[in-house]
Design a protein around this ligand. Sequence first.
Ligand code: AP5
Ligand code: MG
Ligand code: ZN
Length: 214
Amino acid sequence: MRLVFLGPPGVGKGTQAQLLCKKYSIPQISTGDMFRAAIKEQTELGKKADAILKAGKLVDDSITLGLIKDRLQKSDCKNGYLLDGFPRTIPQAEGFGALLKELHQELDGVISIFVDEAVLIRRLSGRRSCPKCGKIFHLESNPPKKKDHCDSCGEKLIFRNDDKPETIHKRMETYRTLTEPLISYYKKKNLLFEIDGDQLIEKVFEDIVGVLKK
Ligand code: AP5
Ligand code: MG
Ligand code: ZN
């Protein structure tokens, strides 16, 4: 199964991707996680990406496409993959389409998750994530069992530095102008499934699994 998760910041892409990838045994490919890893390792890419993420803007299409091209050719992608946060612009979607052709692959679906902006802001402000294993929590809706520590690996949880109010607003704006057009792009290709993300995590998951069964 080859899938794309599309949706605004904080809608629950990462949360649902972790559940879905476990269920279908496919890798979660999050370009956001790849950039954060590069920043942590202070690679050349990381040095470039750091200021871009902090400003709530997007990394260059050509750099992002290059990363995905390498990643999709790794052996764990043989039985499919879930792209979380890619493509994010029309040029990325077109480059991805060309890459799929080159790899003789087809996309099974694009899951577009939607939630009101006021809810998104609450979700991002209360998010905490594990720097070691990547598990995602929320102070109110999905708290860790032990305060400030990861349920899975015990590491101290962190607050993403692009989850500050100023950056959240810029990320929302970037989403509306550059990413939202992908909804009609994939609708026209008959690949789009729309999911209401303003429900309990378990219920959103059930709805996604439901559309994938059809
Ligand atoms: P990225 O990391 O992809 O960030 P994003 O798209 O802004 O999305 P988030 O990760 O913030 O939210 P999410 O939808 O995963 O929500 P989550 O599950 O965590 O990208 C970061 C940056 O990298 C970009 O700004 C850009 O600079 C760069 N970048 C990435 N990809 C790029 C690309 N392709 N091209 C160029 N640049 C790129 O959930 C959020 C919170 O809500 C959590 O606390 C969670 O516990 C809670 N929650 C989840 N579901 C529910 C629910 N149903 N009910 C209640 N709470 C919930
Ligand atoms: Mg995410
Ligand atoms: Zn952890």
